[in-house]
Each structure stands twice: as structure tokens, then as C-alpha cells.
Design a protein around this ligand. Structure first.
Ligand code: NAP
Ligand code: MG
Length: 401
């Protein structure tokens, strides 16, 4: 059989620990036998980030801008313990954060559904994708702990020196707390564009929610800008695709999401997205079945698994030399997502079809009861065989062949 050719490369970002082991196995056994894999390789493993002074992460981000499609393995975000464990020169920043700031992207998290794992919410039949705004709000706040009586004010001074706004936040008679948060129109607009583009690309409705009834300037700004971007740039395309843009209050959205069948994209402000993505992914079953894609407003796509490097499994694997039962599904779907997007952008139906086959081979193994331990613990129905990662990947390979 002739291998599928690729016109343009995918930016491949290798990573750490157990997911680095899975990464190699997925390439060797599931992709390279069928595709003449064309990647621009960046080793984001912690040792190489340290050796290059983290230059490699910046180069990988720039490469995604050039080639428009990337796939990333999970990586360690170092803390004090990792600095000691790996003898690092510095406590390097989160690679995901670095790449996100280079691409100015929005992260979409979508569950991979299989019929044997039932969502906790019984009505959910289709995936719910959470789009989280990744700028501002409480993540870039200014806080002050008030210890003595006094007045807290919100003041805005224009660059000209003119004071345009001053209002009392609170007259404190005793101890308390205050907080200042901000956002930028430009960031909200690019978030909105990324959400509308993504919804069109997956053919799903877009929901957006804030608390504009209470926050009459702050949240209201989000609501107005989303509506403006929709009306001016997307209304016609949504109509043509038979899709809807639906705005509602965050508390109403939560109630509707729980009663829904799923099958839509839910755009959330930064904090709402932080909380709701953990709730939704847990309710769908497992973090190991959650994919994540970073989409930038100018059309760059970076695919990865939502989980980390699975350190506990890595230590076990390294100590015993025995394969663990670590779930490779989200990492396989990161690859299939990147291959499909590459195929779409390059007009290669063959590559898109291979991505589909890879996903169905993976899902059919699970439907037939062959799965890693984390899923076996949750799955319903008979004939379940809990296997290690190598056996699971071999099973997928045999279904692909
Ligand atoms: P984690 O790697 O997601 O693992 C947490 C636990 O979840 C595991 O110990 C395992 O539970 C379970 N799990 C996660 N993925 C699994 C899979 N594919 N198959 C089976 N079980 C899975 O999170 P962490 O231990 O908090 O973080 C480890 C490292 O990953 C850290 O250094 C962190 O910086 C990094 N991280 C990277 C990313 C990223 O690159 N996007 C994201 C998050 C974390 P059991 O042990 O109970 O089996
Ligand atoms: Mg969270």
C-alpha cells in the first residue's frame, strides 16, 4: 500500500514523561505505517527547554504561525520540585502559556464520547465544547487587603492627565478586601472571532453567557462586542450553515446546559470557563478522554490532550520497566485533529479520511471492550478487557491495517 503524502508540514512538539512514551508509540505504530509523515519537529521536553533557555518553545510557537497547524505532547510546567529533580537553570514558564501568548488564541476543550462510558448527566448525547477566554478578569487582578477604616475608590486618569472617572467602591469602617479587574475590547473581539470560527468549523451552535444584568458595564461590554462581531462578520455564514448564536445569562446557561442534549460550543468568560471546563469534563467521564485545541483569530490551530504528563504512571514505568495502562486516546485524537486540519487546509481528502479512520479504529476498540484501566473502571456492559497502553495501541493498529 502506498503511503499518504503530505504537502505542508505539521509543527510537532514533543513533551515529557509518560506522554512522551505514548507519543513515540502512536507515531511508530499508528501513523508512520500509513502516512509519509511530514513534521517540523520541536523537542519541548523539559531537558531541551532548559538546554535552549526555553528558546525552543518560542520557536515552536513561531513555527505554528508559519505552518498554521501544530500538535503538542503534554509537557511539565516546572515548579520548585521539578527544578531540583531536573537540575534546571530556571523555573521555566508554562509552554502552553508561552504558545498561547504568541498565537493570541482561545482554547476549546471537547470530550471524546464512547457509548460504554455514560455521562453523569443522563440527557447528554453529544459533546459539549467549552471555549474559555484566556485573558484578564481575576487572572490579572489587583487586590488589596484592607486592615484599617478608610475609603476605596475606582479612578481612571486619561493619558492626558485628565481624571475621567472617580467613584467610591466602599467606605470601610473595618477590615475587608477590594479587587480591581480589567479586560480589553481587542481581546474580547478576538475571543469572539475565535469562537464563531470554531463553531462554523465543527458545524455547531455557539452559546455565550455572562452576568450582564448585574455587571452593567463590564459583562455588558462582552455581550455587546460578541453581538457586534456576530452581526457584522458571521450572521450570514451562520445562517447559511443553519447554525445559531445564542446569548443568555450565565445562571440560565448552566441550567440549560444540564437539561440539554449537548452538541454545541459554550463560550465562557475566563473564570466561568476555568470552573465549567472541569465540571463538564468530569461529568463526561474522564480527563483522559478530553481533547484541547488552541485556535487563533488569524487561523492557526494547535492540538493537544487536555491532561498532563501522567507523572505517577511515568515513575512506575521507569522504576519497573513495565508498560503502564495509560490512556493514549486524547493524544491520538490530538494527532488525528492535526492531520485532519492539515488535510483540510491543503485540500487532501486522503489525509482527512485517514484521520477519520484512526479515530474510528480507536473508538471501535473501546466499544468492543478493549480499553485502558481508567476506562475499564468506568465502563458499562460485558466483555471488558483492561489492557496496557502497548496492547491498546496494538489493538488499534490491527484495526487500522
Ligand atoms: P495529569 O498528568 O493529568 O495526571 C493526573 C492523574 O490523572 C494521573 O495521575 C492519572 O490518575 C490521571 N490521568 C491523567 N491522564 C491520564 C491518562 N491519559 N490515562 C490514565 N490516567 C490519566 O496531571 P498532574 O499529575 O497534575 O500533572 C503532571 C504533569 O503534567 C505536571 O508536571 C504538570 O505541569 C503537567 N501538565 C501539563 C499539561 C499540558 O501540557 N497541557 C496539562 C496539565 C498538567 P491515576 O494516577 O489515579 O491513574
Ligand atoms: Mg480549572
Amino acid at each position: 500500500m502506498e503511503k499518504i503524502k503530505m504537502t505542508n508540514p505539521i509543527v510537532e512538539m514533543d513533551g515529557d514523561e509518560m506522554t512522551r512514551v505514548l507519543w513515540q508509540m502512536i507515531k511508530d505504530e499508528l501513523i508512520c505505517p500509513y502516512v509519509e509523515l511530514n513534521t517540523e519537529y520541536y523537542d519541548l521536553g523539559l531537558q531541551n527547554r532548559d538546554a535552549t533557555g526555553d528558546r525552543v518553545t518560542h520557536e515552536a510557537g513561531e513555527a505554528i504561525k508559519k505552518w498554521h497547524v501544530g500538535v503538542k505532547c503534554a509537557t511539565i510546567t516546572p515548579n520548585a520540585q521539578r527544578v531540583e529533580e531536573y537540575g534546571l537553570h530556571e523555573m521555566w514558564k508554562s509552554p502552553n502559556g508561552t504558545i498561547r501568548s504568541i498565537l493570541d488564541g482561545t482554547v476549546f476543550r471537547a470530550p471524546i464520547m464512547v457509548s460504554r462510558i455514560k455521562p453523569v448527566v443522563k440527557t447528554w448525547k453529544k459533546p459539549i465544547t467549552i471555549a474559555r477566554h484566556a485573558y484578564g478578569d481575576i487572572y490579572r487582578n489587583v487586590e488589596y487587603r484592607v486592615e484599617r477604616p478608610g475609603k476605596a475608590e475606582l479612578v481612571f486618569t486619561a493619558d492626558s492627565g485628565e481624571e475621567l472617572f472617580r467613584e467610591t467602591v466602599h467606605d470601610f469602617a473595618g477590615p475587608g478586601v477590594i479587587q480591581g479587574v480589567h479586560n480589553r475590547d481587542a481581546s474580547i473581539v478576538s475571543f469572539a472571532r475565535a469562537c464563531f470560527e470554531y463553531a462554523l468549523s465543527v458545524g455547531q451552535d455557539l452559546w455565550f453567557s455572562t452576568k450582564d444584568t448585574i455587571s452593567k458595564q463590564y459583562d455588558q461590554t462582552f455581550k455587546i462586542l460578541f453581538q457586534k462581531v456576530f452581526d457584522e462578520e458571521y450572521a450570514a455564514r451562520f445562517e447559511e450553515a443553519g447554525l445559531k448564536y445564542f446569548y443568555t445569562l450565565i445562571d440560565d446557561a448552566v441550567a440549560r446546559v444540564i437539561r440539554s442534549e449537548g452538541g454545541f460550543v459554550w463560550a465562557c468568560k475566563n473564570y466561568d470557563g476555568d470552573v465549567m471546563s472541569d465540571m463538564v469534563s468530569t461529568a463526561f467521564g474522564s480527563l483522559a478522554m478530553m481533547t484541547s485545541v488552541l485556535v487563533s483569530p488569524d487561523g492557526n490551530f494547535e492540538y493537544e490532550a487536555a491532561h498532563g504528563t501522567v507523572t505517577r504512571h511515568w515513575y512506575r514505568y521507569r522504576e519497573s520497566g513495565r508498560m503502564t495502562s495509560t490512556n493514549p486516546v486524547a493524544t491520538i485524537f490530538a494527532w488525528s485533529g492535526a492531520l485532519r486540519k492539515r488535510g483540510e487546509l491543503d485540500g487532501s481528502g486522503e489525509l482527512c479520511a485517514f484521520a477519520d479512520r484512526l479515530e474510528s479504529a480507536t473508538l471501535s476498540a473501546i466499544e468492543d471492550g478493549i480499553m485502558t484501566g481508567d476506562l475499564a473502571a468506568l465502563a458499562e456492559g460485558g466483555g471488558i478487557r483492561s489492557v496496557d497502553s502497548a496492547e491498546f495501541i496494538a489493538e488499534i493498529a490491527s484495526r487500522l491495517g
